[in-house]
Design a protein around this ligand. Structure first.
Ligand SMILES: Nc1ncnc2c1ncn2[C@@H]1O[C@H](COP(=O)(O)OP(=O)(O)O)[C@@H](O)[C@H]1O
Ligand SMILES: [Mg+2]
Length: 229
């Protein structure tokens, strides 16, 4: 267990523009070790941009992102790709599985990149696919999967390496409410079991209820919450 008392990941006063659109205008968020933090807010409020900046996928134009002692916003691409392999697991809003690979190989890939043998990686991938209820779809390619199956596969891929931080961008967006609840319960129990922190973007209040804490974005800034959850 970490003995640090401060946040594991802290974004301060982030500013980010996409062309002429100001996606973030001074957004701040802190994620503590083992915490599940929901980020809510209307479409276009900057949620995905905040997640991408905090995961080191997008560099902010201003502000800072600290991951323990490291300034993610100014560190090298090599260090960032290493961190994404070892410490972070990301579930993108629209899954983004690799179309040429089977579902099993998609989930096995992060382990293989970290040096696990293909056989072992595929076995562990199969276990994670089973936990998310898509163990029977391992030989399918992403184009043959339903949106919900692909989303479950993307979650398995994010968790298979045992990351310290899971970034999940609307991970239940392609699921009906019952399936969404099952997938959330699985994500939360996996995170609790491994001690991973989760940054969870959602606009579903039922999904946000799984979190320890919630922050709401409006117009690229964190807005005050009306009462704690
Ligand atoms: N790659 C991009 N190019 C241009 N505009 C973008 C891009 N990504 C996001 N935006 C714009 O930035 C704003 C915030 O987007 P986003 O972070 O995706 O919000 P959310 O996830 O809350 O819907 C929106 O107005 C969106 O249209
Ligand atoms: Mg988004």
């Amino acid at each position: 267990m970490s003995t640090t008392t401060g946040p594991l990941l802290a974004a301060r006063d982030l500013v980010k523009s996409h062309g002429r659109t100001d996606a973030l205008r001074g957004a701040s968020a802190e994620l503590h070790a083992g915490e599940i933090l929901a980020v809510t807010g209307p479409s276009g409020s900057g949620k995905s941009t905040l997640l991408h900046c905090m995961a080191g996928i997008v560099r902010p134009d201003g502000g800072s992102v600290h991951y323990e002692g490291l300034r993610l916003d100014i560190c090298t691409e090599d260090r960032l790709s290493e961190l994404r392999r070892t410490d972070f697991g990301v579930v993108f809003q629209f899954g983004r599985l690799i179309p040429e690979l089977t579902l099993t190989d998609n989930v096995a890939l992060p382990l293989m990149l970290a040096g696990t043998s293909r056989r072992e990686a595929r076995a562990r991938a199969g276990e994670w696919l089973g936990r998310f209820g898509v163990g029977h779809r391992g030989d399918a390619r992403p184009g043959e999967l339903s949106g919900g199956q692909a989303q479950r596969g993307a979650l398995a891929r994010a968790l298979v390496t045992g990351p310290r931080v899971v970034f999940a961008d609307e991970p239940t967006g392609a699921l009906d409410s019952l399936a969404g609840e099952q997938v959330m319960a699985e994500l939360v129990s996996a995170a609790r079991a491994s001690g991973a922190a989760v940054l969870l973007i959602t606009h579903d209040a039922q999904v946000a209820a799984y979190a320890d804490r919630e922050i709401r974005l409006a117009d690229g800034r964190a807005a005050a919450m009306e009462g704690a959850i």
